[in-house]
Design a protein around this ligand. Structure first.
Ligand SMILES: CSC[C@@H](O)[C@@H](O)C(=O)COP(=O)(O)O
Ligand SMILES: [Zn+2]
Length: 242
């Protein structure tokens, strides 16, 4: 059932009502429709969150993400505690809905200065985590070089973009039974790879963030392209790093 059919809102509705297509409450449903068509957020998995000034906009949990409407969006006052969830400063809560289980992970990206964080269950991302032979643990990492699309990924904050001859490195963390329990792994990966804008989750998907929504989206697109290419290269016996 479409979440719009179930939602009755009572508080601060003006925070999600805007004629501006760039407003986060309009952008999140619009992006999720695109992501659904790209196989990133099917079956209610995945999602996205946007920070605008002192507000964080978050999708509801367990809904068909491609059918989401602006009035289904939660708004958090920023900054806000990651834990416990009950202490978070929601200033708009659609009734009968819960905020995304990805919320503490999105908040972790916003603490790094991100303006938008995207979580996908892309099969290419999942396959890459299965193909990386390296031992499980803090060193697990996907690496690839000499691919033009690497130029779509930043070297790190304020450091420009990677070059053709650079090696793109995306850390991989292990999945957990519950989405929110991924948070400490995400934080550890960010500490070990302070320049990264993405973390893969084995057998699950990826979190990608950017300084703003356009950057998060284009970086996520570049990575998904690279992961698909990497899977095909592997099938052909071609190495990822020259
Ligand atoms: C198919 S269920 C997937 C969820 O458990 C989770 O991994 C996810 O990405 C979405 O969580 P949600 O709480 O619906 O935003
Ligand atoms: Zn997920």
């Amino acid at each position: 059932m479409c979440p719009a059919d179930q939602t009755v809102t009572t508080n601060n509705d003006h925070l999600v009502q805007s004629e501006d297509p760039e407003h986060p409450a309009n952008l999140i449903p619009e992006l999720c429709r695109k992501f659904y068509n790209w196989g990133w957020v099917t079956g209610t998995g995945g999602g996205t969150s946007i920070r605008q000034g002192e507000h964080i906009f978050i999708a509801p949990s367990g809904v068909q993400k491609e059918l989401m409407q602006p009035n289904n969006i939660f708004v958090l006052q920023w900054p806000t505690p990651k834990y416990p969830a009950s202490d978070r400063n929601y200033i708009r809560k659609p009734l009968k809905l819960n905020p995304s289980a990805c919320t503490p992970l999105f908040l972790t990206a916003f603490e790094q200065g991100a303006g938008c964080c995207i979580h996908t269950h892309s099969q290419w991302a999942v396959l890459v985590t299965l193909l990386v032979e390296r031992e499980k643990g803090p060193d697990a990492c996907f690496e690839i070089s000499n691919i033009e699309q690497i130029k779509g990924i930043p070297r790190g904050k304020g450091k420009g973009m990677l070059g053709f001859f650079d090696t793109l490195k995306i850390p991989i963390i292990e999945n957990t039974a519950f989405e929110e329990d991924l948070t400490s792994g995400l934080e550890a990966a960010m500490n070990k790879y302070p320049d990264t804008y993405a973390v893969l989750v084995r057998r699950h998907g990826i979190y990608v963030w950017g300084d703003n929504t356009a950057k998060a989206k284009t970086q996520c697109e570049s990575l998904d392209y690279i992961f698909q290419l990497a899977v095909e290269m592997h099938k052909l016996g071609l190495p990822w790093v020259k």
